[in-house]
Design a protein around this ligand. Structure first.
Ligand code: ATP
Ligand code: MG
Ligand code: MG
Length: 390
């Protein structure tokens, strides 16, 4: 396609790796900035010319970001915790700009500002308040919003690491300490019945297409399983969730895919939790299960190519994250090997050099002709997860 995409890496590398793999199929060159010479994304595309060599450096280093910008036609991110001021500075120097736009990243990377934006845009969200890092302020927030109270760090949050659930007022100081002195806000507790998500792709002209609604199941705040499509007897739930997700993404600037996390309530209503301005763990399944993967549509969107259909092409699919249980790579290898014996399963390993407890080492997507067949195919994998039984 004769275009060069720059990726600001830093989220472990798997999103950049799958984006690069997708780019390779379209002859799109990719230059990656992240720490290390042989990171997961850099392993995928060998530079075609000396000016396309990858860059070793941090997504927080302005000089390295400028160096990356000088090499590419469009710049994108695999993490939202980047230096927005540098992106704003270089935006006009990169021929096709920075996508998602720095203004969107700025809104999203501060979760309190994100909530304010979603509220102002008419998206359904739970009540929220800014909170000073004092016991009195946390107590006042609990007075207003009730217990349990979800106290969240405004910045640098991922895998639930910026969250603290306050069940009793006596936990206020513990929560402030645990959240490490970062600016905070509080959310009213949402008694959801399921967590769901929708990937939405937005073209440069603002056209949006949504993927099917999926159910996401977390274990210790880390995505564990994703089921597609949402299993529900009421089709209006999926319609509602897709509309909420599409409307939210329409109110953001810039092209690309967005992961919209939502809560499904017992009465079928939906609350928006948060938006990721990039490919998302809940969209990995799209590689095998949809007409166009989230990665390919991200590339198409940021390069002004025609968007592809997000429709499911199989009746039932799921994605199982392969999370490290210890430092043992052998456990990961033998689990991956087991998945090769499962019909309809495809394993993705991320090429990480070290394994740690809770680290995303890979994932498995299973497709099937029915939900029952899917469950039967998934069962032996759940029984042999690294580190023991589910
Ligand atoms: P991610 O890894 O998805 O970026 P994160 O660290 O940004 O996660 P959130 O998505 O805000 O964190 O919250 C993590 C999890 O905590 C949610 O998936 C949900 O299970 C729970 N949670 C978040 N907010 C609320 C709430 N207001 N009420 C109840 N549970 C919540
Ligand atoms: Mg988040
Ligand atoms: Mg989340």
């Amino acid at each position: 396609m004769d275009k060069v995409v720059g990726i600001l890496g830093g989220c472990g590398g798997q999103l950049g790796r799958m984006l690069a793999a997708s780019a390779a199929l379209l002859n799109i060159d990719v230059v990656v900035l992240d720490v290390g010479e042989h990171t997961p994304s850099k392993q995928v595309i060998a530079p075609r010319a000396p000016h396309l060599t990858h860059i070793d450096g941090s997504f927080t280093d302005p000089a390295k970001i400028r160096k990356l910008a000088a090499k590419v036609d469009v710049l994108t991110v695999e993490i939202e915790h980047v230096d927005v001021s540098v992106l704003e500075e270089i935006e006009s120097q990169v021929p096709l700009g920075v996508h998602p736009s720095p203004s969107t990243i700025k809104t999203i990377q501060d979760k309190f500002v994100q909530k304010q934006h979603l509220h102002a845009s008419g998206c359904p969200i739970s009540d929220f308040l800014p909170v000073e890092s004092t016991v009195e302020a946390v107590h006042a927030a609990a007075d207003r919003l009730g217990l349990p109270l979800m106290l969240k760090s405004r910045t640098l949050a991922y895998d639930g690491r910026g969250n603290f659930v306050i069940r009793e007022l006596s936990q206020a100081q513990e929560a402030i300490t645990a959240l490490g002195g970062r600016p905070l806000y509080a959310e009213k507790w949402v008694p959801f019945v399921k967590e769901i998500a929708v990937m939405v792709v937005r073209s440069r002209s603002g056209e949006v297409l949504s993927y099917p609604v999926v159910e996401t199941i977390h274990k210790e705040n880390i995505c564990h399983l994703v089921f597609a499509p949402l299993r529900s007897r009421d089709p209006s739930i999926s319609e509602r969730a897709r509309t909420v997700a599409e409307n939210a993404v329409k109110k953001l600037e810039g092209a690309g895919v967005f992961g919209v996390e939502m809560f499904l309530m017992a009465d079928g209503s939906v609350y928006l939790n948060e938006i990721a301005p990039r490919p998302h763990n809940s969209g990995h399944y799209t590689i095998e299960a949809c007409e166009t993967s989230q990665y390919e549509n991200h590339l198409r969107a940021i390069l002004s190519l025609p968007l592809g259909s997000p429709a499911l092409k199989v009746p039932s699919a799921c994605m199982l994250n392969i999370l490290g249980a210890s430092t043992s790579m052998d456990e990961i290898r033998s689990f991956a090997q087991l998945s090769l014996t499962i019909p309809g399963a495809r394993v993705h390993l991320y090429g990480k050099s070290e394994c740690r407890k809770g680290r995303k080492m890979g994932h498995i997507t299973i497709v099937a002709d029915s939900d029952a067949q899917l469950s039967a195919r998934l069962r032996p994998l759940l029984e042999h997860l690294p580190g023991g039984h589910d």
